[in-house]
Write a protein that binds this ligand. Structure first.
Ligand code: SF4
Length: 241
């Protein structure tokens, strides 16, 4: 609880500073916008300021030991009012270098999946459970996930996605806290919920790079996601292959 309160305080302090900057630049009021019902790339000023504040707080974070080995923090990026939020495990080498989520080989496959769904990367938001890379891409510890999760929860509160897609066992473990011996193969494809948002567990794209056959299962899961959104994939998209 102490860590969560500290993160919230940091975010509020950064937001206050940001709003004071806007005021000093002559901004007198911030128009409030209703939540978009369809994919909408317009940026709500207050929400984007909040997302920016979270990114700043992440950039300054030293809550767990990963701050010592990271190159860049990776808060996540994308549409500030997405229908879909994709959540993965943690930054890898490419992400750590660039400060962007899912930009390596697994990220390229995720882009293909998103496009097969009839969307673009800029229509969705992409983030991870951890905002810093674990050394040698080791699996995040439960303690690291507990310390970092409030950042993602704060992002979800601002993003208000219609659906969260949890990519892989670590994302599922971090968000849903299932039994320690759970199997992603048993959980994938079955609707869950996180903070009141429907959540679809599926395989991580890096697993698909090693197991081509699992792509068909992910595609079934993504078709269920599209169905819940009232969308259909473009006719030519058979799978993410
Ligand atoms: S992984 Fe999360 S909790 Fe740990 S230092 Fe990075 S931002 Fe902070």
């Amino acid at each position: 609880m102490h860590a969560e309160r500290q993160i919230l305080n940091d975010i509020l302090n950064d937001l206050e500073t940001y709003l004071e900057d806007l005021e000093s630049q002559g901004l007198k009021e911030i128009p409030m916008q209703p939540r978009a019902s369809k994919v909408d790339s317009s940026v709500g000023p207050l929400d984007s300021a909040g997302l920016e504040s979270i990114a700043v707080a992440v950039g300054n974070c030293r809550l767990c030991g990963l701050h010592r080995t990271r190159t860049k923090t990776v808060p996540g990026q994308g549409c500030p009012h997405p229908e879909l939020l994709f959540v993965g495990e943690a930054p890898g080498e490419d992400e750590d270098r660039q400060g962007m989520a899912f930009v390596g080989r697994a990220g390229q496959l995720l882009t293909k999946i998103i496009e097969a769904m009839g969307l673009r990367r800029e229509d969705v938001f992409i983030a991870n459970i951890l905002k810093c890379r674990p050394p040698n891409n080791r699996r995040p510890t439960p303690e690291e996930m507990d310390l970092c999760l409030p950042y993602l929860s704060s992002q979800i509160a601002l993003l208000r996605p219609k659906i969260i897609v949890a990519l892989g066992a670590t994302a599922v473990a971090g968000l849903l806290r299932p039994e320690p011996d759970f199997k992603i193969s048993h959980m994938r494809g079955k609707w869950r919920e996180f903070d009141g948002v429907p959540l679809m567990p599926t395989y991580h794209p890096s697993y698909l790079l090693r197991n081509n056959a699992a792509k068909a299962e992910v595609w079934i899961d993504m078709q269920n996601v599209l169905k819940k959104l009232g969308r259909v994939p473009p006719p030519r998209s058979g799978n993410a292959g």
